[in-house]
Write a protein that binds this ligand. Structure first.
Ligand SMILES: [Zn+2]
Length: 230
């Protein structure tokens, strides 16, 4: 039926133009801003101004935390944000190379002097993985593994398909991810120095919850690296 075909192609065109509005194809040569000091020594929260030496932000200062440090290559804005969105929501799989290079650069810049034993990607819920076809964090972990020679271990699994956290505050994010992760197997990570990998870090709630699970399984330390810091 011709009318049905034209209706379907009309809907496709509409969906594609909506994608272009919300998640435009990024101009990769656009300006990117590095995450540079001063930032919180724990969560990497950036500051502007004259702050010297090591310090913790008000959120990290008086709170127990399960990871040692979280760092990113860039601030999550402009072309960096667009590239991550296009990778995840437009499923532009070819962007894994660019994002992989960026996370490797961040790793070398922030953790050049650190030693790790394994790379662990933040897992996706199977439902979301089924839709996207790949786990963006795992693609980044593979790029880091190729550069560093460290093994990628799928140590964690996502138990809850948590609501999108974009519009949530710090406290909501923390309760949203509480119990959202578990260990993927019965493995122990005793005396293992783990590098956790994700695409974006905003408040650190996801990283902290993942680190909590890994520490429970015996990990000696957990550091995190992401492409971007919100
Ligand atoms: Zn902090």
């Amino acid at each position: 039926m011709p009318w049905m075909r034209s209706a379907v192609s009309g809907i496709r065109a509409l969906c594609s133009s909506m994608l272009d509005v919300f998640f435009p194809v990024p101009q990769l040569d656009g300006e990117r801003r590095l995450l540079e000091a001063p930032f919180c020594e724990r969560c990497g929260h950036p500051y502007w101004g004259q702050i010297q030496g090591r310090f913790r932000c008000s959120n990290c200062g008086g709170r127990a935390c399960h990871y040692v440090a979280a760092r990113a290559q860039y601030l999550n804005r402009g072309v960096v944000r667009e590239t991550i969105h296009a990778f995840k929501y437009r499923r532009e799989y070819w962007l894994r190379r660019t994002l992989g290079e960026w996370v490797v650069e961040g790793f070398e810049r922030h953790y050049g002097a650190e030693r790790f034993d394994a790379i662990v990607p933040v897992p996706l819920h199977p439902r979301r993985l089924g839709w996207r076809g790949f786990n963006q964090a795992e693609e980044l972990a593979k790029a880091l593994s190729r550069r560093s020679g460290l093994p990628v271990i799928r140590a964690l699994r996502r138990l809850k398909d948590t609501a999108a956290q974009v519009a949530m505050g710090r406290r909501e994010r923390r309760s949203n991810v509480r119990g959202a992760f578990g260990l993927a197997g019965s493995g122990t990570y005793r005396d293992t120095r783990i590098l956790l990998v994700d695409d974006v870090l905003t408040t650190g709630s996801t990283i902290d919850e993942c680190a909590r699970q890994l520490r429970r399984a015996g990990a000696m330390s957990v550091h995190a690296i992401t492409v971007a810091r919100g």
